[in-house]
Every structure is written in C-alpha cells, then in structure tokens.
Design a protein around this ligand. Structure first.
Ligand SMILES: [Zn+2]
Ligand SMILES: [Zn+2]
Length: 436
C-alpha cells in the first residue's frame, strides 16, 4: 500500500497540475473590443478593475470555467502600453493556476525552462504569481498563479460595475473570533486548514462594508468603528490601523456623501461604525446626511436582548440613530433604492437580511453572515453564533444554488483575503472563484 502511494506521489511530482485561469488580451480601443466580445459574441463582461501598480485596467469576460481579461493601459509606462507598441493589440498572456507555485517553479527550472521570475512575487488579492519567459513557451507569455494562502489578507479598495451601478468594497480592518464559534459543529482539524488559528484559537476575519453608487450613494454595514476600549480590542484582536475612514477616503468619498446606510443586522462588527464619539463624549451618527435603514425585527431583538445574544450588540452603535431621528425601520423584503433590495435570510439572527444588487441583467449579492468567508461554502459549516442554525442551512443552500444559476458576484464581508467571487459548480461540486 505504502509503496503504491509513494509511486503515485512520484508520478504526481513529474507534472505541474495547472488549470487555465484566464487569457489576457491587450486592447487599444476598449469600445471596439467590447463591440466584439460583449455585443457580437454576446459574452458577459464583468466588473472593470484597476490594477494601479501595473497601470492597467482589466475587464473580465466570463467564458465558462475560465475568463478572458481585456487589458487597457492607463498610463504610457504601463507594460500593456509597451506591448501594444511592440506587437499591437492581441494575446498578451495566459494565466495558469497551480496549487504549489514554488514546486512548479522548481520543477520547470529543473527542466531548463526559462523563467522571468525565479521566485514568486505578490499578485492581486494575496495571490502569488511568476512569469515564464515566452522563449520557453513557444511565443506565449505564461503567468503561473497560486491562489491566496491561508492567512493571506487583502485590504484594498476594490471597484466593481454591476450594470449601471458602481460597487466599492471597503475595509474596516480585522478582528479575531474564536475558531470554534466561527465553524460550529465542524471539528478543528477540518476548519483549521481553511482558517488558521492563533495561539488563543482565534481566526482572523475582515470587516468589509460595501458602497453602492446609483441613484443615491449607499453604504451597506460599516464595520466595527472606533468607540471600543483597549480591553475590547485585546479580546477581539482588533487591527484597525487601516480602517473605514481610510478606505472611504481612498474611494473618493467623505462621510457626508453617504445618503443611505443599510444594516444587514446590528451585531457590533457590522453596526459598530454607524456612530462616532464626539470630543465632548457624546455618541452621534457618523454619516451626517444619511438615513439609516434597519429591519424592524432586528431592531426589536437588538434593543431587547437576552443572555444568548447580548454580547453581540453594543447599544451605542444604534440607539443614537433613533435619538437623532435618522432611523428608518423596514418590515419586509423590498427595494431600498433602484437596483438594491433586501431579503431576509434569518438563521444568524431571526431578521438577518442580505442585499441583492441588480442592474441591466447583471447581479451581485452581499451575503453578510449568511456566507461570511470562503471557508463557509459547505452548507453544514454554520457559525456557532447563529441563533437558528437549521434556518441558516436552508437559506444558504437556496442562496448558493441561486448564486450559481444567476452567476452572482458574491461579496464576502468577513473573508480576510477575498472580497468577492463567484460560486461555480462542476461535476456536482461547488467551489468559489475569487475575483482577484
Ligand atoms: Zn453577525
Ligand atoms: Zn459578522
């Protein structure tokens, strides 16, 4: 038995398992390229994405399990600008995803393949990448990419387009919660591979509020905020050196620009940032022009807590909203602004709601604590915090099927490394394709 395993392992070691992630195409005239790929071929063009460091704007086009990436130069010194100058528009690179980039590079090097990068360098979203020289790849620039490792973090501001709406993913830093509580009945040896625990058994979670710009400017959830004391920050391992203030400013927005603040629910890691403390010590709404929209049932629960849910609510995150007269309670699933509607999921709290964003045939979902991280993809990996775990199972099941069917861009509010992605199904198995 052991001998056969060793043999298999050796055979495995003689090849690089690579999956086509995307094909990069340099374009000079984006409108003309869209006229072909989107209009003539009828393919769906996903969100545009700025890669500032490369001076490139990327437009991903879905083609089954992989993608095309239309690349525009945003500055004369962009690598895409020089490629266009040298060779004109056309194939720029292909990207192959590998499980172990270091092993793949060692393997290729041993076979005399000429590498541009002998060592991996950081790619988007916590991934690692390395390029193979076209002279070894028969004229094609080949990028190898390894998905973000466990423990990787991404705190960038990310912009997406959904029809006529602009979505901007922000970050209010990170906190740590008990790993057992994050994965409920799942044994640690299983969850630990997806979410490494620190010496106090805590796993790292991001807080990622989302801006939706359309008829109005909306902020969905607002992270933890800054009213917590040192003891709280120690218990929850709070890291907010870079937080919502920074990422909002980086998105070109000021607190006054927010018209609507929408709450998925009122737990402190979602609603803590709804208010701020003034120099005089009073607590007031943090977004001075905003109306705050909260589900009525969630409001009732948050203002009438019991022993089991009390620790999750901090009254000064939301009570000052009612006092300031900026609170609007909604009773049912409905449209909050054109293209944005709420849907109750229950499960996590009885009135926990997710947000669906739809415009011009494209759609996204902000799932909040229904699907907080990539690791929560298995339907039974339900948070120990959930008050109604069986409801989470059925809501998550229905949502995942919908996400696959409708090709939803799904936002993961708590994932430390991946802000958004798409749920794919192949051979009866689901996986998440991070949008990185
Ligand atoms: Zn919650
Ligand atoms: Zn949460």
């Amino acid at each position: 038995m052991r001998a056969r395993r060793a043999e298999e392992a050796q055979r495995e070691g003689t090849r690089v398992r690579a999956v086509l992630e995307h094909v990069g195409i340099a374009v000079r005239d984006l409108d003309a390229a869209l006229a072909f790929y989107r209009d003539a071929l009828g393919l769906e063009v996903q969100a545009a994405e700025e890669v500032g460091s490369q001076r490139v704007r990327a437009h991903f086009v879905s083609v089954g399990a992989s993608k095309l990436e239309l690349l525009e130069a945003t500055a004369p010194d962009s690598p895409i600008a020089s490629a266009l100058e040298k060779r004109g528009p056309g194939l720029h690179h292909i990207t192959l995803r590998v499980d172990d980039l270091d092993a793949a590079l060692a393997h290729l090097k041993a076979r005399g393949v000429r590498l541009i990068d002998e060592h991996p360098r950081p790619g988007a979203g916590g991934s690692r990448v390395a390029f193979i020289h076209p002279s070894s790849a028969h004229g094609v620039l080949v990028e190898l990419e390894q998905a973000p490792a466990a423990g990787a973090r991404d705190m960038r501001v990310r912009r997406y387009t959904v029809g006529n709406l602009e979505l901007i993913s922000l970050c209010d830093g990170f906190l740590r919660l008990d790993g057992g509580a994050m994965f409920g009945i799942v044994p640690k040896p299983l969850w630990e591979r997806k979410a490494p625990a620190d010496d106090r058994n805590r796993v790292t979670l991001a807080m990622r509020p989302l801006v939706v710009r359309g008829a109005r400017t909306m902020l969905i959830d607002a992270g933890l905020g800054d009213r917590q004391d040192a003891k709280f920050e120690e218990i929850y391992g709070v890291e907010r050196e870079r937080n919502l203030d920074h990422t909002l400013a980086e998105a070109g927005l000021a607190p006054e620009d927010i018209d609507i603040v929408l709450a998925t629910h009122l737990h402190f890691d979602h609603a803590g940032g709804f208010t701020e403390r003034t120099l005089g010590g009073a607590v007031r709404p943090r977004f001075p022009r905003a109306q705050y929209i909260v589900r009525r049932g969630e409001w009732e629960d948050a203002t009438h807590t019991h022993e089991r849910n009390r620790a999750s609510y901090l009254a000064d995150s939301f009570v000052p909203l009612a006092e300031a007269g900026v609170l609007q309670l909604v009773d049912e699933d409905r449209t909050i602004m054109p293209g944005v509607r709420v849907r109750r999921t229950g499960g996590h709290t009885q009135h926990h709601q997710m947000v669906l964003i739809e415009s011009n045939g494209q759609a996204a979902a902000f799932a909040a604590d229904l699907l907080p991280t990539l690791a929560h993809l298995p339907v039974a990996w339900v948070l120990g915090y959930d008050l109604y775990p069986v409801d989470t199972v059925s809501a998550r099941k229905a949502f995942l099927a919908e996400a696959v069917r409708r090709d939803l861009l799904v936002f993961f509010e708590h994932d430390p490394a991946v802000a958004a992605g798409r749920i794919r199904e192949a051979g009866g198995k689901r996986h998440i394709e991070p949008d990185i």
